[in-house]
Write a protein that binds this ligand. Sequence first.
Ligand SMILES: NC(=O)c1ccc[n+]([C@@H]2O[C@H](COP(=O)([O-])OP(=O)(O)OC[C@H]3O[C@@H](n4cnc5c(N)ncnc54)[C@H](OP(=O)(O)O)[C@@H]3O)[C@@H](O)[C@H]2O)c1
Length: 260
Amino acid sequence: MRVLVTGGRSGYLGRHVVAAAEPHDVIALGSAEADIRDRRAVRDAVARHAPDAIIHTAYVQSDWEVTAAGAANVALAAAALGSRLVLVSSDVVFSGKDGRYDESAPPDPITPYGAAKAAAETAALAVCDDVVVARTSLILGDGASQHERLVHALVGGGDGGLFADERRCPVHVGDLAAALVELATTAHRGILHCAGADAMSRYELGRAIAHRDGLDPDVLRPSTRAELAVPGPIDVRLDSALAGRLLTTRLRGAREFLAR
Ligand SMILES: NC(=O)c1ccc[n+]([C@@H]2O[C@H](COP(=O)([O-])OP(=O)(O)OC[C@H]3O[C@@H](n4cnc5c(N)ncnc54)[C@H](OP(=O)(O)O)[C@@H]3O)[C@@H](O)[C@H]2O)c1
């Protein structure tokens, strides 16, 4: 099986997906080979490599053209070739108003990033017959994620706090990468929530990271998203029970994978 991974050259998740996809024939695609904002470049790159499946991880959080239009271009290229598409999406498609979300919940984004991911999902589901939208949450676990690096910077004297009022379901990058590869090779279609089993605040998560890494968790300061008026969902717990039944890959909770 040939699998093409967008963001597979330099992306945090993408590089883990490339590693998890071995021993399949894996092609890591970076923006230097094909800028996903360029519909023709994406179509040509996909046609050249002729993958059986595409795992789409590439995005830029602050850039609609990459995150929304780029995903639509990838979906068009997958549909033209008849490749299966696994689109990585995010819990930010939800406002947090309802707290817990399963796959039947309609997106109600409250940030430009959330709106771009919801638009990407809609485009992929509209143009591809063989597509799965894998929504996930904070990705970490190997020590190199932005979330783990932030905790180290804060413990080292960096300025800022970690939201104690925001609840998400963090996932281990290795578990998620394995789940995405499994989804590329199986038949499930539609939306699937692929987050970790434990709901935690960023402050709780930071303390668990510090504890795992032998740092003093008490140096970390709690803050609240509500008090800072930083836009973003406060309580988004993805219900990943369906993934638990469909996948052989287990998506561990952060309390489990961060335990020393
Ligand atoms: N990180 C998290 O906690 C988190 C949480 C929920 C969901 N997600 C989702 O997970 C996915 C991966 O996130 P990540 O943290 O691994 O991202 P990342 O490390 O920032 O990687 C993003 C990748 O996108 C590629 N890219 C950017 N602009 C491009 C363009 N114009 N054309 C082609 N490729 C382009 C970059 O490749 P080049 O260097 O080659 O340009 C880069 O490898 C995203 O879809 C994101 O929405 C992430």
